[in-house]
Design a protein around this ligand. Structure first.
Ligand SMILES: Nc1ncnc2c1ncn2[C@@H]1O[C@H](COP(=O)(O)OP(=O)(O)OP(=O)(O)O)[C@@H](O)[C@H]1O
Length: 276
């Protein structure tokens, strides 16, 4: 079986993710994002880079519809975010800090949650659902932990379980919030292999990371934010010392080690596969 999305229906060349003049404010007046615009249309791994508090998680929350724009808008495949949620088009891997790990569910149950949007009214898993959950757990090397309570996992294992949930969801667009934080190098490489496989299968992946040196090795595009958008585009064009300096407020003005090895560029392709 493949990780490839099984969506069927019309193909569209519309931007898969379109963010226009997006600003987000939190209660209490904190500014999460200011006037951010970008579009992603083709299969890609897009790195999302910025300091602590730059707005990376806020951008994910806005694309997921968890926070409302103060101004501007987010469209997914030319539709509002809520529609995209119902169509199961976006999967989100949150930062592990955002999850209640005391919740009494097993690893298997968490991954099965990725299938819920595709189940019927009674939420009874089909054989196919079970097969996909089992495959997803295997793909992230967590099949032996299926019955374990999620609170009894290490940080890296938790990341892998949530990645498995997103794989099980089989969504065209995947948002990963700092999947490499706190994972060992082997797990980081394993996750990058999965992202590449997903990109080849036609997915759009946005991945936030603080690991600047590894970005050119696996990202096709990069979005650099510091509350507002500093730069976005192909890594080879925008991942420059100047933009890094602007993104990190002058804290970084050297290219991170490894920038000399640019990432593989993604294939052009159609991403919005859905029945309308
Ligand atoms: N729930 C919230 N309530 C109020 N302000 C918030 C909330 N979440 C984030 N913020 C503020 O919004 C801004 C952007 O935060 P966000 O979490 O999006 O940054 P980030 O780039 O993901 O940071 P990090 O790298 O530390 O995860 C920050 O100033 C932060 O303090």
């Amino acid at each position: 079986m493949s990780v490839i999305n099984d969506n069927t229906g019309r193909h569209s060349l519309a931007p898969a993710v379109s963010v226009a003049d997006l600003s987000v404010s939190y209660r209490g007046g904190n500014i999460g994002l200011s006037d951010v615009s970008f579009e992603l249309s083709k299969p890609t791994i897009c790195g999302l880079i910025g300091m602590n508090g730059a707005g990376k998680s806020t951008l994910f929350r806005a694309i997921m519809g968890f926070v409302s724009p103060a101004s501007g808008k987010v469209d997914v495949c030319h539709h509002p975010v809520r529609w995209a949620q119902k169509q199961n088009i976006i999967a989100y891997v949150p930062q592990t800090e955002e999850v209640d790990w005391t919740f009494p569910v097993s690893v298997h149950d968490v991954v099965m949650m990725g299938r819920q949007g595709r189940m019927g009214f009674l939420r009874i898993p089909s054989e196919k659902d079970k097969e996909i959950v089992s495959y997803s757990l295997k793909r992230v090397g967590m099949e032996a932990f299926a019955d374990r309570q999620i609170g009894e996992l290490s940080g890296g294992q938790r990341k892998r379980v949530f990645l498995a949930r997103a794989l099980a969801q089989q969504s065209r667009i995947m948002l990963l919030d700092e999947p490499f934080t706190g994972v060992d190098i082997k797990t980081e490489h394993a996750i990058i292999d999965i992202l590449r496989e997903l990109r080849e299968a036609g997915h759009i992946i946005i991945v936030s990371t603080h690991n600047l040196a590894s970005v050119p090795g696996y990202c096709d595009e990069v979005m650099m934010i510091n509350v507002t958008l500093i730069a976005s585009g192909p890594v080879s064009e925008v991942y420059t010392p100047d933009n890094l300096g602007k993104t990190f407020g002058g804290a970084i003005n050297q290219l991170p080690v490894g920038l000399a090895s640019p990432g593989v560029q993604g294939d052009a392709g159609k991403v919005c596969h859905h029945a309308e």
